[in-house]
Design a protein around this ligand. Structure first.
Ligand SMILES: [Fe+2]
Length: 339
């Protein structure tokens, strides 16, 4: 049973726990050994060495190595057998360190006074908008087919169903409750406030049902570029340097309203009924309070040059990965099988 269906499963908590995922076909022996119950430190250290060499190879331009490392990292990120959780978290954190070494260089970067930093990041976000992407133009200004919209929404589910868990992970990074509460307030809304059936994943699931999109996600079957997009979101909020996660969530939240509004208007044009459209109506019309609160938190850290630099590196990587991912979806949409 996938994470997504577990979240939305109406069965009581006493229902049988989900079975552990079968060993993925791409899992190398060294990793399988390191994740077994009773694995030795030597086996775990060997797995880390092998894995980090693979990550370096992938980030140096070897596409096959990149695809394999993204598959493995997604397996490490997704819920698995409880006994292997500490090892999976640790191995993932080692991968993040290598990814840090390959972070965008940003030769043009210059730190600015805190009061100017928001203008800089908002300008960067605006310059990387999805609005001008050919897939967006086709979907929101053209005449997309039902099948094309269904394909787009299926990927929307893949990346959105567990947004709340990104908020929860980042909240843990802030020891001061006044800082952490920025995310807890957001999380309260994500969970449907006092009405669990109005949690945002539940609302979005109605749209999936309307388009006959299965809630189960076959993660292993996703394209490496989609895995990279999902991995980067999780990596940023789990990173010990909060600049990565603050940047990622600020970038996502600050374009959320406009992106969802365009999808809502598309659904309206397609005659999608009120209930399945509710998720996008809500997200397309809510005010920007989440972004404002997050900016106030960012401003507390932005006097440090190193924070500003890492924040901008995180933005650059997110948008680079996002661009590659949207280019992929657009290629897939144009392939004959989608029509
Ligand atoms: Fe939401």
């Amino acid at each position: 049973m996938s994470t997504a269906s577990r979240i939305l499963d109406p069965q009581p908590a006493s229902a049988a726990p989900p079975r552990a995922a079968p060993q993925a076909a791409h899992t190398p022996d060294y990793l399988a050994d390191a994740l077994r119950p009773g694995a030795t430190n030597a086996q775990i250290a060997l797995a880390a060495d092998e894995l980090l060499a693979l990550v370096r190879q992938g980030l140096s331009g070897d596409q096959a190595a990149y695809a394999q490392y993204q598959s493995i990292l997604l397996d490490l990120h997704l819920p698995g057998e409880p006994h292997s959780e500490p090892t999976r978290r640790w191995l993932a954190s080692q991968i993040y360190s290598v990814e840090d070494q390959f972070a965008p260089a940003l030769p043009e970067f210059r730190p600015v006074p805190v009061e100017e930093f928001r203008t800089v990041i908002d300008a960067e976000i605006a310059s990387r908008t999805r609005v001008r992407h050919p897939m967006s133009q086709h979907l929101f200004q053209g005449e997309p087919s039902q099948q094309e919209v269904r394909s787009f929404l299926q990927h929307h589910w893949n990346r959105s169903y567990n947004f709340y868990s990104l908020l929860a992970e980042l909240a843990f990074r802030f020891p001061d409750i006044r800082d952490a509460s920025v995310f807890y307030r957001n999380l309260y809304g994500e969970a449907g406030a006092e009405t669990p059936e109005r949690s945002h994943p539940a609302l979005l699931s109605h749209l999936m049902t309307h388009f006959e999109i299965p809630l189960e996600i076959d993660f292993a079957a996703l394209h490496p570029l989609e895995k990279a997009y999902l991995n980067n979101r999780i990596r940023c909020v789990r990173h010990t340097d909060v600049a990565w996660g603050l940047s990622l969530l600020y970038a996502v939240e600050s374009v959320s309203c406009v992106n969802h509004l365009r999808i809502y208007e598309l659904l309206q044009r397609m005659g999608v009924p009120e209930e399945p459209s509710e998720f996008h109506r809500l997200h397309g019309t809510q005010d920007e309070i989440d972004t404002e609160e997050m900016w106030e938190l960012i401003a507390k850290y932005a006097h440090e040059d190193s924070f500003q630099r890492t924040f901008m590196q995180s933005l650059a990587r997110h948008f680079d990965i996002n661009r590659a991912y949207f280019d992929l979806l657009w290629r897939q949409m144009q392939s004959p099988s989608v029509h």
